[in-house]
Structure formats: C-alpha cells, structure tokens
Design a protein around this ligand. Structure first.
Ligand SMILES: [Zn+2]
Ligand SMILES: [Zn+2]
Length: 240
C-alpha cells in the first residue's frame, strides 16, 4: 500500500510550503488510486491527481468543498455527509455504510463514527490492502469504538489541530472540536499501534518550529517505542 499525503493543512488561515493544501490522502495499491477527502483548496485541482474514486470523512469545507463542481470519478461518503452535499453536481454518488467493510477499487474501507461536529458528522476510515492496515481520521475528538477501529492497525494517521491544548467545546450534551495529539498518541499506546503520523495541521504546527515540535512529540511517546511524525504535503510512504 502506498500513501501520498496530498495535503496536510487544517481549517486555518496560515499556509506554508510544507502545509499548503487542505488535508487529503491518496491511497494506492496496484492500479487502485483512492483519494480520501477533497477540501476547498482542491477545487479545480484534484482532477490532476487522477483518483479512481474519492472517499469523504465529512462535509466540512476543508474536506469536501473541492467537489462543488462535481467529480469525474465515483465519490463515496456516509449517509449523513451526502445529506449535506445534496446540491453538489456529483453524478456517481455511492454510499459507504458505517461499520461495513466496502471494497473501493481493490482497497478495503471501513467507516468508524467519530465525535467531531454536530452539523457535519464525521467518520474515520480503517483502510486495508494486502497486509497493510491503517486508520485515517483527520478530524476527531474520539472514536466511538476505538478498540475495533484500531485493531491490527500498523499506522494511525490523526488530527494535528492542537498538540496539547484542549480544542473541545460543549454544544448541549454533545462535544465538538479536536482531540489534542497527546491524547491520540495515548490511544495508540493503549491499542498497540506502533506508528502515528499527524496530519490536518493547525496553526501550532504550521506556524511553529517543526524541529521543536518533533522534540515535544518524542517527549510524549517516551518509553513505549511509538514512532510519531508530522506529515507534510508530498510526503510518501510505502507499507508492505
Ligand atoms: Zn478539518
Ligand atoms: Zn471538520
């Protein structure tokens, strides 16, 4: 399985050469090429990526608004995301049912509900091909069924909106926002996920000194052997 981080920027003003485009991941396996998320930065540009299919985590601007003018390939999304994108001129709309493994051009995707937003309910994807298995959740406060979502996962790709500060707000009884990286690394340790990569970078990462940030990340995973890295636009990775 090959991973290409097409974009690693969250919903913020700042952008740099390393974090220029809204978060998106291209997953390839054999001739399969699936793009996960297509935010506003990708409007008029994602066609150059030539994905065979696009899969969406949720309907927020930095994840779905690149599809405002439609798409030349099939688009997969959960029911709640399609409800929000009703007016988009997307011809091939396919439903991805939560907790039901779905084969998309030779790559398996299973959507796990995550807490993040009331207006744009989100999922994270357990993605597998060959012997490689990853979990991709660019926006989340927590995973509802974390143990199942991270079972046998070798690489967790998570939400870089904030490193240690709380980004969680209360809306009635529900929570919205983002879990700090520190919390997500703790999940990885609990579920024995050996590697983590942080994407969907917030201003703390985008405007910060990445060497210093990496030192802080390393300090968070002392003693467990968990490897944590920060993704950048164009970063490639091969999982065997
Ligand atoms: Zn986002
Ligand atoms: Zn979001």
């Amino acid at each position: 399985m090959k991973l290409l981080f097409l974009g690693t920027r969250g919903e913020i003003e700042a952008r740099t050469r390393r974090h220029r485009m809204h978060s998106s991941l291209l997953v390839s396996y054999g001739s399969a090429r699936v793009m996960v998320d297509c935010g506003l930065d990708w409007l008029g540009k994602f066609e150059q990526v030539r994905p065979r299919a696009i899969v969406l985590t949720h309907a927020h601007p930095d994840h779905a608004w690149g599809l405002k003018n439609g798409a030349p390939c099939p688009v997969y999304a959960p029911e709640k995301t399609w409800q929000t994108l009703q007016l988009y001129p997307i011809k091939k709309r396919l439903l991805i049912k939560e907790r039901t493994p779905t084969k998309i051009s030779d790559i398996m995707f299973e959507a796990f509900p995550v807490e993040h937003s009331i207006l744009a309910p989100a999922v994270g994807y357990n993605v597998s091909a060959g012997r490689a298995r990853i979990f991709y959740a660019p926006d989340l406060i927590f995973i509802h069924d974390r143990a199942a979502a991270l079972k046998d996962v070798r690489l967790y790709i998570g939400d870089g909106a904030t490193l240690t500060r709380s980004f969680v707000r209360k809306r009635g009884k529900r929570l919205i926002g983002h879990a700090p990286v520190r919390t997500q690394l703790a999940w990885c340790k609990k579920e024995r996920v050996p590697q983590a990569i942080i994407t969907h970078c917030g201003s703390e990462i985008v405007s910060g000194d990445e060497r210093r940030l990496l030192a802080r990340l390393r300090a968070m995973d002392t003693g467990t052997g968990l490897q944590a890295r920060i993704a950048y636009d164009g970063m490639e990775l091969i999982l065997r």
